[in-house]
Write a protein that binds this ligand. Sequence first.
Ligand code: SF4
Length: 200
Amino acid sequence: MKANDLSSPNTTTSSPPDEPLTTENTSPISPVMKITGVRINYYHICHTKLWLFSHNITFEHEHENVKIGKLLHEDRYNKNKKDVTIDNTISIDFVKQRGGKIELHEIKKTKKMEDAHLRQMLYYLYYLKQKGIDAQGVMNYPLLNQTRDVILTQEDEKNIEDDIRRIEEIVTGRMPHPKRIRICPKCAYFEFCFCGEGGE
Ligand code: SF4
């Protein structure tokens, strides 16, 4: 199937594309569209990827990077509680307590997607704050021997609320046309987006 075949969301979406998002809810987190951490991440990487994933077109589990990520978890962090999922919406690699505060940990292989990973962590902190849980985050880069503390600011919260609104617009609209970027050759959707155009 060519990417352009999906120009209308009616062909693939699992929910009606013209369904109203919300009319009365004042929370930026829509009760109709679940804004997962993965959606926030993909929004900051590629809007086509966000749209495809949100329409249940997924190949990600086959990708080599995911396998490497799983190995990292098993090898370096096997003593910690892993994969804490909340509301089927946010999934945290592991959680600890530090200084009486809940600390969320994410494990990443490289810093190539650092901004998207950081936004995902900030969204986790934001999501928990909406539930009355004050938490902080730590990004772990075991292969680089580095960590980075993440604190949610008011400006971050405003940016997240803007992101949520924009994600809803993108997902309920037509599929954004694929634009080739640096990470495309390593993306699970590469063949789908650029079939017949050649590799790296
Ligand atoms: S291959 Fe490139 S354009 Fe297509 S979804 Fe992946 S990152 Fe986006």
